[in-house]
Design a binder for this molecule. Structure first.
Ligand code: NAP
Ligand code: GCO
Length: 266
């Protein structure tokens, strides 16, 4: 039986993949046979750190670029450069993202806008930039990194929840508008993952006890723990491969069961 999970011969652009979830997805795609990994960072310094991390991981088929995903001109120029230097973009993973944890009534508009621009507008910009070539080839995969906040709210993350909720519907609309070109657009919704983005929520208290939010998430997760970025590998490969050609507009939550669980009784 053909390995329908193989990414042999595929080029994958993973935005913001110098570290964290994006880096783990890149590693998974290489193990699944991807020909080229393309990633971008918002700064030269981060790009270099990312290239060093890929080298340490023994990944040599990687192409890194500096590109601010919120800048449409930079994104369009990057896509042209990728097509010229690497080839077609078979898989786009809209992974780059930020969060600002500020009570909404204290948040400045420009702070709210920055989160929306990065977590919602940028996936639109990057998807619109790669779609024409995918349409011409009548094949493509777009994977949007959603969140628990695509479904749930909580204090201090209004902009992030609004963006990730919108990203869920952008995913469904790209599915609706481009499914006829054999382009599948799905969401990957990680639960609470131990990365730099959530590090502030896991810092020990001055007395050495766990951060209250750390304890909270462990009580909300059936397995009683934070997830590792590497646990996204299988679902990410599935959504990038021919194994998911009949899956479109779906948000695949990889949350250890958080969305199904009322939470452990204190
Ligand atoms: P992270 O470690 O903070 O990584 C975020 C990445 O986004 C960084 O590599 C950063 O690039 C990049 N980025 C941010 N703004 C950018 C811009 N304007 N242009 C280009 N790149 C930009 O976060 P993470 O935990 O890996 O999160 C990755 C994605 O997963 C995000 O969309 C996040 O919302 C989502 N997510 C995270 C969790 C979690 O629990 N960690 C759960 C659900 C969803 P630089 O290298 O330049 O800094
Ligand atoms: C937070 C966290 C979450 C995670 C993730 C959950 O402050 O609640 O940062 O938003 O990053 O999005 O799926």
């Amino acid at each position: 039986m053909e390995n329908i999970f193989s990414l042999e011969g595929k080029n994958a652009w993973i935005t913001g993949a110098s570290h964290g979830i994006g880096f783990s997805i890149a590693e998974a795609y290489v193990k699944a046979g991807a020909s080229n990994i393309i990633f971008n960072s918002s700064s030269e310094a981060s790009l270099q750190r990312g290239l060093e991390a890929y080298a340490r991981a023994g990944i040599t088929n990687v192409h890194g670029y500096v590109c601010d995903v919120t800048d449409e001109a930079e994104v369009k120029a990057l896509v042209e450069k990728i097509h010229a230097e690497v080839g077609q973009i078979d898989i786009l993973v809209n992974n780059a993202g930020i969060i600002k944890r500020i009570p909404m009534h204290e948040m400045e508009r420009k702070e709210f806008q920055q989160v929306i621009d990065t977590d919602l507008v940028a996936p639109y910009i990057c998807s619109a930039a790669v779609l024409p070539e995918m349409m011409e080839r009548r094949e493509g995969k777009i994977i949007n990194i959603c969140s628990m906040m695509s479904e749930l709210g909580r204090e201090t993350v209004s902009a992030y929840a609004a963006a990730k909720g919108g990203l869920k519907m952008l995913t469904r609309n790209i599915c609706s508008e481009y499914g006829g070109y054999n382009i599948q657009c799905n969401g990957l919704g990680p639960g609470y993952i131990a990365t730099s983005q959530t590090a502030p929520l896991r810092e020990k208290q001055p007395d050495g006890t766990p951060h209250p939010f750390d304890s909270f998430i462990c009580a909300k997760t059936p397995a009683g723990r934070w997830l590792d970025p590497d646990e996204l590998a299988g679902p990410a490969v599935f959504l990038a491969s021919h194994a998911s050609d009949a899956v479109n507009g779906h948000i695949l939550y990889v949350d250890g069961g958080i969305l199904a669980y009322i939470g452990k009784q204190p």
